[in-house]
Design a binder for this molecule. Sequence first.
Ligand code: NAP
Ligand code: MG
Length: 505
Amino acid sequence: MTKTHDNTIEQESMKRSYYHLIINGEKVKSSTSESITIYNPATNERIAEVAKASAEDAEKAIAAARDAFDNGKWKKFPVGRRSQVLNKIAAIMRSRFNELVELEILDTGKSLHAAQGQVTQAIEDFEFYAGAIVGHRGTVNNVPGQFHNYTEKEPVGVCAQIIPWNYPLMMAAWKVAPAIAVGCSVIVKPASLTPLTAIILGEICLEAGVPAGVVNILPGSGSEIGNFLVEHPQVDKVAFTGSTPIGKDIMGKASQTLKRVTLELGGKSPSLVFEDADVDAAVDGSLFGIFYNSGQSCEARSRLYVHEDIYDAFMSKFVEKTKKLQLGNPFDKGTHVGAIIDQSQLDTIDGYVQAAREEGATILAGGRVVNPEGYENGFWYEPTIIADVNHDMAVVKEEVFGPVVVVMKFKDEKEAIRLANDTDYGLGSAIWSTDGARATRVANQIQAGIVMINCPFSAFPGTPFGGYKQSGFGRELCIETLDLYCETKSILSYYGSRSLNPFGL
Ligand code: NAP
Ligand code: MG
């Protein structure tokens, strides 16, 4: 098992070796008895077996979610009661904080500081929606005299929530919390590589008092179970986070039953460092922007554009600090960059880097598969900076989803904006400048759902998260998300004393 150093957190007792599906409030095995073997990417050691849902299991989960929604009481609970249950979920998660952190590290190979931050945020998401739901309501609208109109926000129904492997618990929280806050039922399909913490979250929801059938957890193959949920006529909405090609596929298939769809897809987010930037802050923010979570973030700032006047000063510090980043024991507080999720992702990352090298790019740091001492069998990549690139290269255009950043110079604001927007994606973007007017001006012209000004962080509970262009649509993590799990019903009434006779008969 993972090595411990003096300055590591205590690992709790070894986890259970088998995890069940959660269907209709019960922990069950797969109907086929099949399971998925889960590995720790840091070591490539087996950590657990997880029940692998079949289509029959998915059918049962949909029926349970349907029944809980159509005939159950959850959506009719007083809103304060639902809010209380969400707070209780958060409280139980907090009481199991170390266990959740540990499981997330084992399942993903991410570093301790990353896992701690993400588990904290997952907890805060439930707390945020526990509060937000209390103020969520329809509107009263202006209509001609003797009419009255108001709207109601009604939960949309049964939601399939398809989760990626890069933030397994946090993405599950982003989806489950707002959906159950408004009264929906959910079927969570975690990524096959990383289902453990979503299963624990499902168990915690039951313990906190979420009725049976409202939260179902269904680990299984994306192309089978994910697809089954997307095509099923009894599912009302699909919320998906993952790759752009699968997002397009889901949108096409969901159109057959006109499901509501929200998509959080890939990105190729730019950072613009202007000549008036605080260079040290921009260096530190840009390091975090790309190397956090080993670069496996949809909002990773993977394209770095630096004004030519400060390029050399910026780059010498950026390269020096990148070379100091520590890889190794993910449980070690001193580890900055964790492992890569699996061999296939590692090969993809290295493929982009070696192709760029062959096309004449210069590798200023990293550029290789690496195995930190004690982690010879795991999947690791050096934090990598690539210069001498152009916008025709795949490494500049496509999402690498690894610790790889490309850097280019720009001359002026206009060029910076043009380069930033020259992408099919539009998720994140960063601006480093001490000139507030410029930062605002540039922010207004960037085609992205998120702009970070002198800020390394992309989101907190309450701030909208989502993309423009091919980064998807819909916003998560914010008040607006509640609407995306609701239908708006307009109720128009007439209260005049004379009966209306619009046809004049
Ligand atoms: P992916 O294939 O899009 O998987 C994301 C989720 O969708 C997983 O739960 C997956 O299940 C499921 N899925 C796969 N095929 C499906 C289908 N046909 N219908 C319904 N659900 C389906 O992403 P990936 O293969 O894990 O990663 C590939 C690339 O996606 C990465 O290199 C990165 O560029 C991008 N990515 C982006 C994000 C993001 O946050 N935007 C997150 C992860 C990955 P299985 O796990 O069973 O396949
Ligand atoms: Mg795993």
